[in-house]
Design a protein around this ligand. Structure first.
Ligand code: SF4
Length: 478
C-alpha cells in the first residue's frame, strides 16, 4: 500500500494474468516480452521519477481524499495548481522518456469521472459517485495505473450505435444482472493497456435515448475474464524483438485493440449505465483533459528532438551553420507555444460542482490543433538539421560485422572530436523520434480527431459576444 517504487510497479504487473496476443501468438509473460517491456518501462518512469528529488515536487502530492502522499497520476485536480502541475510534470516526463509514458489517459478518466458521476447522481439519485470514490481510494492507496478505454471501433460512421447492423460496433450492455452488468464490444488504440492494472471504459460519443445500452462507464482489472488485448503493429516494433537498432534504448510505446468478449462488471464498478445525456459530457471532459495532457508531453518530446538536433550539429561539424540554428529556434518556439497554450488552459480552469477542477476547453483544444500541425513541422526540422542518415543507416549488426563494420565506421565518421559510435546512436534516436508510428499518429489523432477539436472550439467559444463587439464597433444593432 502507498507509493510504489518502479520495481514494485513492475512486480505488481507480474501478478496480473491478462489475455494478450501479438503477431498472431498468445503472450504469457507480458513483463518479459521485449516489445511490451519497452512500453512498460515508459510507464515505470512515472514511478521512477516519484523517487527522484528533481521530480518529486511535481510527481508526488497529497490526496485530500485519503490524506496521504500519492502519485500525481492518481489525483483528480482539486485546484488550479494541480491543473498546472499536470502540464509541467508531463513536459518533464515527455523529455525524460522521449515517447509516450502511457499513464495520463487513466488520470484523465479519473478526473472526468470525479466531475460527471457527481452530476449524474445529482440529477437521478444514482450512486455512481460513491462507486467512483471507492474506486479512486483503491487506485490511490495502491498507486495503480489505469488505461482509458474510450475509442470504440464505431462501424459505419453515418449510423448511431443502436442503428449499426452489428450491434457490437460500440461497447454496450448485453445483460443486466442482480450483481452487475455484462458488456460486449471493442475499443481501439488502447495505449499501454498491458502496462495498466485497471481499464476504465467511457462512452466514445454523444448518445440518443435509443442508445441507452451504449451509455456505459465502468472499471475492470486489466486481466478480467473475457477481456482480450491484441497488440497493434507499429513502425520499428520488431527492433525491440530483434534487440538492435532501437534508437531510444530505454523506452517505447504500444497500443492494443481491446475486445470485451462478454465481460462481467460488478455494480460497484459501474459509473454510468443508461443515462444517455451524460455520455457527451463524459467524452467532452475526457477528450479536453487529454488534449491538455498532450500539450505537456509533446512539448517535452520536442525538447528531446531539439537536443537531438543540437547534438547532431556537434557530431556533424555543422554547429556553426546559422541556417541550422534558425531551424532549432523554429523548433523551440513550437514547443513553447504548445506548452504556453496548455498552461493557459490550466490557469483558466474552474471548479466544478463536485469540487474537482476542470480546464478551459477552448484553450486545450486550440493547443491540440496546434500540436497536430506543429509536431509534424518540428519533426521535419529535426530531420532537416540531422541529415539524411536519419533513414538508411546500416544496422547495428552491420557495424558489429568484422568484415564490413570497420569500413562502415570509417565512412560514417563526422567531426573528429566525437566518436562514430555516438553519431550512429544519435541518428538512430532521431529515426525513433521521427518515425515511431504509435506515437507520431497520436500527435494528430490522440484525444480525438482534428475535426473533433475544431467542433469543440466552435461549440465552447462565446461566439455571440464576438459578434456583439463587432456590431458595436460597426454601429449596427442587428
Ligand atoms: Fe500521456 Fe497521451 Fe502524451 Fe502518452 S500521448 S504521454 S498518454 S498525454
Amino acid at each position: 500500500m502507498g507509493l510504489k517504487t518502479k520495481k514494485e510497479y513492475i512486480e505488481s504487473l507480474r501478478q496480473l494474468k491478462p489475455t494478450a496476443y501479438m503477431f498472431g501468438e498468445k503472450i504469457t509473460s507480458i513483463v518479459d516480452n521485449p516489445r511490451l517491456r519497452a512500453g512498460i518501462e515508459a510507464t515505470a518512469a512515472t514511478y521512477e521519477v516519484a523517487e527522484m528529488k528533481e521530480f518529486q515536487d511535481l510527481a508526488i502530492t497529497t490526496s485530500p481524499l485519503i490524506n496521504e502522499p500519492v502519485n500525481r497520476f492518481t489525483l483528480p485536480p482539486s485546484s488550479i495548481d494541480d491543473l498546472v502541475a499536470r502540464v509541467k510534470l508531463n513536459r518533464k516526463l515527455g523529455n525524460w522518456v522521449g515517447t509516450c509514458f502511457q499513464r495520463c489517459t487513466g488520470l484523465d478518466c479519473l478526473s472526468t469521472l470525479s466531475i460527471c458521476t457527481y452530476d449524474v447522481d445529482k440529477k437521478y439519485g444514482t450512486h455512481y459517485y460513491d462507486n467512483f470514490i471507492k474506486f479512486l481510494k483503491y487506485m490511490q492507496k495502491n498507486d495503480l495505473t489505469a488505461n482509458a478505454c474510450v475509442t470504440d471501433v464505431k462501424g459505419d460512421r453515418s449510423l448511431a450505435p443502436h442503428e449499426q447492423p452489428d450491434k457490437d460496433m460500440f461497447l454496450h450492455v448485453v445483460e443486466r444482472r442482480d450483481d452487475g452488468i455484462v458488456v460486449r464490444g471493442a475499443k481501439a488504440h488502447q495505449t499501454g493497456s498491458l502496462s495498466s492494472h485497471e481499464i476504465i471504459a467511457l462512452p466514445t460519443r454523444a448518445m440518443r435515448k435509443e442508445d441507452k445500452d451504449y451509455a456505459v462507464a465502468f472499471a475492470v482489472p486489466s486481466d478480467t475474464p473475457g477481456l482480450i488485448h491484441v497488440v497493434g503493429r507499429s513502425s520499428l516494433d520488431t527492433r525491440e524483438m530483434d534487440g538492435c537498432d532501437l534508437g531510444n534504448v530505454r523506452y517505447s510505446k504500444y497500443c492494443p485493440t481491446l475486445i470485451f468478449n462478454d465481460v462481467f462488471v460488478p455494480w460497484d464498478r459501474v459509473f454510468l449505465c443508461g443515462e444517455t445525456e451524460f455520455a457527451a459530457d463524459m467524452v467532452v471532459k475526457f477528450s479536453s483533459l487529454h488534449r491538455q495532457s498532450h500539450g505537456g508531453c509533446k512539448a517535452g518530446k520536442i525538447d528531446c528532438m531539439i537536443g537531438t538536433a543540437l547534438v547532431m550539429m556537434d557530431y556533424n561539424g555543422t554547429n556553426q551553420a546559422g541556417h541550422l540554428k534558425q531551424k532549432v529556434i523554429d523548433m523551440i518556439h513550437r514547443a513553447e507555444t504548445l506548452y504556453g497554450c496548455c498552461l493557459a488552459s490550466s490557469y483558466e480552469g474552474k471548479k466544478e460542482a463536485s469540487g474537482t477542477y476542470f480546464i478551459d476547453t477552448v484553450l486545450a483544444n486550440a493547443s491540440k490543433i496546434h500540436e497536430g500541425k506543429e509536431m509534424a513541422e518540428a519533426i521535419r526540422l529535426m530531420v532537416d538539421v540531422c541529415g539524411g542518415f536519419v533513414s538508411d543507416l546500416p544496422s547495428d549488426r552491420d557495424f558489429e560485422n568484422s568484415e564490413i563494420g570497420p569500413l562502415l565506421k570509417k565512412y560514417l565518421k563526422g567531426s573528429d572530436k566525437f566518436s562514430v559510435d555516438n553519431r550512429i546512436k544519435m541518428y538512430r534516436l532521431a529515426e525513433k523520434l521521427a518515425m515511431e508510428s504509435a506515437d507520431t499518429i497520436s500527435d494528430i489523432h490522440g484525444g480525438g480527431s482534428p475535426e473533433a477539436h475544431r467542433v469543440t472550439i466552435f461549440r465552447e467559444s462565446n461566439v455571440e459576444s464576438k459578434k456583439k463587439s463587432a456590431k458595436r464597433l460597426a454601429g449596427v444593432e442587428n
